[in-house]
Design a protein around this ligand. Structure first.
Ligand code: SAH
Length: 344
């Protein structure tokens, strides 16, 4: 069974042509699926009965099952979703004043091995397929429908490394962005990577206006090697030129994410090194308050340190923001709900 939620319009057209149907048929189907939100082929009244039978036999429109739903006092929704094969993944909805932001997982588990992250407590089992990532948005939209709302922004910042699942993530992003599907503007979509240079460049060549965030977290190789395993494969002298190339290709600014870890990377010396490192790139910095993960032993930096760090960056011409926190009364940190659940 092919799950039609995983197909971009181009791929659906290709499939319909293989089925002996027309391009128009693909567009009709796409409208039923996304504009009308129909999940039963029999409701697709302008499609012949004979072809509806073919659809029923070979294709499906299945969404993931909600295994656990947590709602925080600030309205954050955290879901543990169950896929067809029983794999569990996390999806989070954050309510910013500018919209409803879905934080989407791209893999089941993660093998990037960042030393501070809860997602890596469970190694990668497999990549998520486009229909599973689309399913994350569909389930959230179903929940939001009750209050006449929908997902307005998407960040691929849940469990997994999106650039280790590049093609599936790009199909997902295209479906999210498609005017005839979710119609979420490219500037409202962000993909976050721990830093895989060849994919960063490829992403720059896509001709999409989607945002790119780089999880930097350290301003030098010595420190980055210690906290992010990926830096050993792709050290800063390889990563930063790739980011520069991306900026040239896409003509877009990037965001560096930087988790503030107490006594690890929160000194003014680090701020100084960071400014030097990223100066040649056109970038923002987003300072992230650390969500403590019991197993890792890191602590969040003190507020005064975060403020001093930010002031230093701003004074040196780097636009800096501090990430707002959500859902602190539920298992909000990346991968925490899933890790807790699977450890029993
Ligand atoms: N693999 C991708 C996307 C998933 S992680 C990446 O590395 O960017 C999304 C962001 O959450 C990354 O910046 C990651 O470093 C950060 N993160 C991971 N664990 C965290 C924690 N415990 N507290 C705060 N941020 C965390």
């Amino acid at each position: 069974m092919i799950n039609l939620y995983g197909l971009t319009l181009d791929k659906l057209v290709e499939l319909m042509l293989q089925e002996g149907q027309t391009k128009y048929r693909a567009k009709q189907l796409f409208t039923w699926i996304y504009e009308k939100g129909v999940t039963d082929f029999d409701e697709m009244s302008d499609i012949s009965k004979a072809f509806r039978e073919v659809l029923k036999e070979k294709y499906c429109l299945e969404k993931p099952k909600v295994f656990i739903k947590q709602i925080a006092s600030d309205g954050t929704i955290k879901l543990l979703l169950e896929m067809e094969d029983g794999a569990k993944i996390e999806t989070v909805l954050m309510r910013y004043n500018y919209g409803n932001v879905a934080c989407v997982s791209s893999q089941v588990g993660c093998s990037m091995g960042c030393s501070f992250c809860a997602s890596g407590l469970l190694k990668k089992q497999r990549n998520l397929l486009p229909h599973e990532m689309v399913g994350e948005i569909l389930v959230l939209n179903d929940l939001l429908k009750e209050s006449n709302e929908r997902v307005t922004h998407v960040v691929v910042m849940g469990t997994g490394e999106p650039f280790d699942n590049y093609d599936n993530v790009m199909d997902f992003v295209r479906i999210v962005n498609d005017q005839k599907a979710f119609a979420i503007g490219a500037r409202h979509i962000t993909v976050s990577t721990c830093g895989i240079p060849d994919k960063i460049i490829k992403y720059g060549q896509e001709g999409l206006q989607i945002n790119l965030a780089i999880s930097l977290h350290a301003p030098n190789n010595e420190l980055r090697n210690r906290i992010m395993k990926i830096n050993k494969a792709y050290p800063l002298e390889v990563l930063i030129p790739a980011v520069k190339k991306y900026i040239e290709l896409a003509d877009r600014r990037v965001t560096y994410e930087y988790i503030m870890l107490k006594d690890v990377n929160d000194s003014l010396e680090c701020a100084k090194e960071l400014v030097e490192l990223i100066k040649p790139t056109y970038a923002y910095v987003n300072l992230i308050p650390y969500n403590p993960v019991d197993e890792h032993g890191y602590q969040r930096a003190e507020n005064s340190k975060v403020k001093a760090f930010m002031d230093y960056l701003m004074k040196h011409g780097v636009t800096t923001t501090i990430r707002k926190e959500f859902g602190t009364d539920i298992d909000a940190a990346c991968g925490q709900l899933r890790a807790k659940n699977q450890r029993g």
